[in-house]
Design a protein around this ligand. Structure first.
Ligand code: A3P
Length: 292
């Protein structure tokens, strides 16, 4: 039986669901940010590996050194919709920018670059559930249940909007010359390859630095789940000690510990219906056989 509806908080701006704490002015200005040649955007649907990718990109730009304690990645590679256009425009070039915007709202320039990271919707949902529980003041969902969150996610009634709209919009552009399309699962399976792909995509100034192997080794080491689990104040604001940490579990397949048979069938049905004939199911070839 589905429990009475409780939702994580969000507000709606022009039909788009945004976190409660976001300033509408900053969000509106973000949509009008003029992307510049050389800008590099890290684009994800929420909980798909944004912070991990931000840290890899930051280290590529800092000789493979990890982000030191005392700095926050969200200021180093700022979240466009949160900080607004002016903050981003004032960054020194080359600018590295985080966004969760769907394709049609993301500021575009043909000479800007876009690294998109997708994650399977089952694990994304689980991660998002703990995220909404953990940011107690932001979402007012500390006592929310997985069942309640599932209902919100499957209807697209969460901040960031509908998972499938986001994925479909960006997937159509996966072969564009200025888009690098990765999955969280690929990054997990072969992080080294993902780091090299990101460096190659950003250009010779980055890929050449990986040649001697030492910097690649450092980035690999400092981007590991174990290392990123240390000093988590580098990634986000602190959460109550009783909540799961921001860098939580970092696994592929944790959904199997959370979904009921009915929930599996419902999200699978939605996944198949929304991604039919797109090729998206091939991003996660093991997923559908495991669900059936
Ligand atoms: P889990 O909640 O499944 O553990 P985002 O940065 O987009 O909010 O994504 C957060 C998810 O990425 C969390 O997933 C987090 O643990 C995972 N993550 C962060 N850093 C990681 C790393 N170095 N390796 C693997 N997963 C990582």
């Amino acid at each position: 039986m589905i429990e009475p509806q409780k939702k994580p908080s969000y507000k709606i701006y022009k039909g788009f669901r945004i976190p409660m704490v976001f300033s509408v002015e900053n969000f509106a200005s973000a949509l009008n940010y003029q992307a510049q040649p050389g800008d590099a955007f890290i684009v994800t649907y929420i909980k798909c590996g944004t912070t991990w990718t931000q840290h890899i990109v930051w280290m590529l730009n800092h000789d493979g050194q990890p982000l030191p304690v005392g700095k926050n990645i969200q200021l180093e590679i700022p979240f466009l919709e949160k900080v607004g256009a002016e903050f981003v425009a004032n960054l020194p070039a080359p600018r590295f920018i985080k966004t969760h915007l769907p394709y049609e709202l993301t500021p575009f320039h043909p000479e800007a670059k876009y690294i998109y990271v997708a994650r399977n919707p089952f694990d994304c949902l689980v991660s998002f559930y703990y995220h909404t529980q953990g940011f107690v003041k932001l979402y007012d969902f500390a006592a929310g249940t997985f069942e309640q969150f599932f209902e919100c996610f499957i209807r697209g009634e969460v901040d960031g909007g509908d998972y499938f709209d986001h994925l479909l919009g960006w997937y159509e552009h996966k072969a564009d010359p200025n888009v690098l399309f990765l999955t969280y699962e690929q990054m997990k399976a072969n992080t080294r390859q993902a780091i090299i792909a990101i460096a190659d995509f950003l250009g010779p100034a980055y890929s050449s630095k990986l040649q001697d192997g030492e910097m690649l080794y450092r980035i690999l080491h400092h981007s590991s789940f174990e290392q990123m689990s240390q000093n988590q104040s580098r990634w986000s604001s602190t959460r109550p000690a009783e909540m799961t940490p921001f860098i939580r579990k970092g696994e592929v397949g944790d959904w199997q510990n959370h979904f009921s048979e009915t929930q599996k069938a419902r999200l699978l049905e939605k996944f198949i219906a929304r991604t039919a004939e797109t090729g998206i199911a091939e991003l996660w070839p093991d997923l559908i056989p495991r669900l059936r």
